[in-house]
Design a protein around this ligand. Structure first.
Ligand code: SF4
Length: 571
């Protein structure tokens, strides 16, 4: 009788399309692990891209593994049903701060010592990539032998050369990973955490005083971005992913808008558009019955988005868009979305306060939001999902009241327009606590005090939760707190996490048990401080970020990227 996980994985594999297009070669065996469940992993284009790139290397066969409900018998790969330690190479794909906890669960289930320094040559090389690896890798860095800082397409070719040159050793000796690490540390975009000692102040153990670089390691690890970027599409699709049966097509990377809270907007700079040909090709290659999902931070900013939507419809392929800027919603775009069967449009509004819009550099008038609501409903799409934030820097009671006022006005417009159309769907308002992120101009700002945050959320809730036709989804303060703990964390955060994992105490209690105060992790940072994530050279000048921070505090707007601009150091 097959185990539950084997039966489940049989079902998943049976639902997948695209697998056979990969060119596996089994000279070296690798597994890419997503530290969350199958459904989450399979809707992550970065994870699928890495899986595809490794399999198409010409000499590595790569399987996938995920977090499982029952880990008592270890973690197995979905393809060969093999345990992680039987592979020559293990790659982790890190997309969310809160998944760092799951890495410990996976390591424990597989009997892998948590810290790289405690694993001898009998353990395979364990590497990690993904957004977290180049946003702020520090709270996870000591768990890995090396991390990929930047975009996989740009770093993998050089890394694969090293693996290929060492493949005979890998096969015969079950890898001498230390030779590989020694060579890999010289490659741009590869971070070997053991080459750096983070020195914290004796008087204030959380203040980073210095990063001591060991001999022959680069002073900083340069983020490598892919200049030859064209586009990515889902290598495998399945109806069991959170984005059921969707072929994701990346139509742009980076964003020119410069919203000051958005880390992805900064670390994927410069903003690049996919080549029209590859996107159109990706649409045409979409398998029967699958939808297309256009992925990109500002999908509607893309010069060719109309062309892509029209091409999909002409090819009888329905499409979705991740999130839509309401200032890009004209009647024609709404009509194309409706014709694609889209029942919900998602809008990131963030705040209704004119002051706070200037702080976050997202200056779109409330009237434009209301107009977008009417346009969507009149255009025949019945549901609208919106995102707002609470606990933003410089936020006062009046700003929260302005947000409530805007939501109420949106609801009224939604109801009036829906009545005219003779049908009504749902207006959903998602509310999330603001989490300051590394490499954004708001990185120095504190995470709001949890008690104040809860009070603010209660106030908003009381005003909005009983209103008909409005669904309020409040994101957990606890989850945001943990995200904030890691987002600007250091190697000390990992010490706290390991203690929490071993003792079963919450992160909050573990912080206290190792002699720290919670507020030390959530505090406002000084612009003169050395920050743990400055081990990375993003290409972004610190002066630019500081100037942007000061501009935010003065409630001033900065225009987005423009031709000939050189101000942030990326171009
Ligand atoms: S240099 Fe200017 S155009 Fe280039 S990424 Fe920075 S802000 Fe944008």
């Amino acid at each position: 009788m097959k185990s539950y996980i084997n039966r489940l994985y049989d079902t998943y594999i049976g639902s997948e399309t695209g697998l056979k297009d990969l060119h596996r070669s089994s000279l070296v065996n690798a597994v890419v692990v997503f530290p969350n469940y199958y459904g989450v992993a399979m809707s992550n284009l970065g994870f699928l891209k890495v899986y595809e790139l490794i399999n198409n290397s010409g000499f590595i066969s790569c399987d996938r593994a995920f977090l499982q409900d029952d880990i008592s018998k270890g973690i197995i790969s979905i393809e060969k049903r093999k345990r992680l330690l039987s592979y020559d190479l293990i790659f982790f794909s890190l997309s969310y701060e809160n998944d760092i906890y799951n890495i410990l669960k996976i390591y424990e289930a597989e009997g892998i010592p948590f810290l790289s320094k405690h694993r001898d040559k009998t353990f395979p090389l364990i590497a990690a990539g993904g957004v977290i690896a180049f946003l702020n890798p520090e709270p996870a860095a000591p768990l890995f032998d090396l991390l990929f800082v930047g975009e996989a397409e740009a770093i993998f070719p050089d890394f694969f050369d090293i693996i290929k040159n060492n493949s005979i050793i890998i096969i015969k000796n079950k890898t001498d990973k230390f030779d590989i690490i020694e060579e890999a540390k010289k490659i741009e975009g590869i971070y070997v955490p053991s080459g750096y000692d983070f020195i914290f102040s004796k008087s204030n153990r959380l203040a980073l005083e210095d990063i001591k670089v060991k001999q022959s390691y680069p002073a900083k690890v340069k983020r490598k971005w892919f200049a030859g970027f064209t586009s990515s599409t889902s290598a495998v699709t399945t109806r069991y992913s959170e984005l059921s049966s969707m072929n994701m097509i990346e139509i742009a990377r980076g964003c020119k808008r410069g919203c000051r809270f958005c880390s992805a907007g900064y670390i994927y700079l410069p903003s690049r558009e996919s080549s029209t040909e590859t996107v159109l090709n990706g649409i045409s290659m979409t398998k029967n019955g699958n939808r297309v999902g256009f992925v990109g931070l500002a999908a509607m900013d893309n010069d060719n988005i109309k062309n892509y939507m029209v091409h999909s419809l002409k090819s009888n392929i329905m499409f979705s868009l991740s999130s839509v800027r309401f200032d890009c919603l004209d009647e024609n775009n709404v009509e194309l979305m409706r014709n694609s069967g889209l029942k919900t449009v998602t809008l990131g509004v963030e705040t209704g306060s004119e002051r706070i819009k200037k702080v976050i550099n997202k200056n779109i008038e409330n009237d434009a939001v209301i107009t977008a609501v009417r346009r969507i409903i009149e255009g025949g799409i019945i549901n609208i999902k919106t995102y707002f934030m609470v606990g933003l820097p410089l936020e006062e009671q009046k700003d929260i009241e302005d947000t409530i006022k805007l939501i109420k006005a949106m609801r009224q417009e939604f109801i009036d327009a829906s009545k005219k159309e003779g049908r009504i769907g749902n207006l959903t308002v998602g509310l999330s606590p603001f989490v300051p992120k590394a490499w954004t101009p708001l990185q120095w700002k504190n995470f709001e005090d949890v008690k104040i945050l809860k009070k603010k959320i209660d106030f908003i809730s009381k005003q909005l939760s009983d209103l008909p036709n409005l669904k309020l989804n409040i994101n957990s303060v606890k989850a945001a707190y943990i995200e904030a703990f890691f987002a600007r964390g250091s190697r000390i955060s990992l010490e706290v996490l390991i203690r929490s994992f071993k003792s079963g105490l919450s992160i909050k209690k573990s912080i206290g048990s190792v002699g720290f105060r919670e507020e030390d992790f959530m505090r406002e940072f000084s612009i003169d401080e050395l920050l743990p994530w400055e081990i990375i050279d993003q290409g972004l000048s610190k002066k630019y970020l500081i100037d942007e921070y000061k501009t935010a505090l003065e409630f001033k707007i900065t225009p987005g990227c423009f031709d000939g601009c050189k101000r942030c150091g990326i171009c």
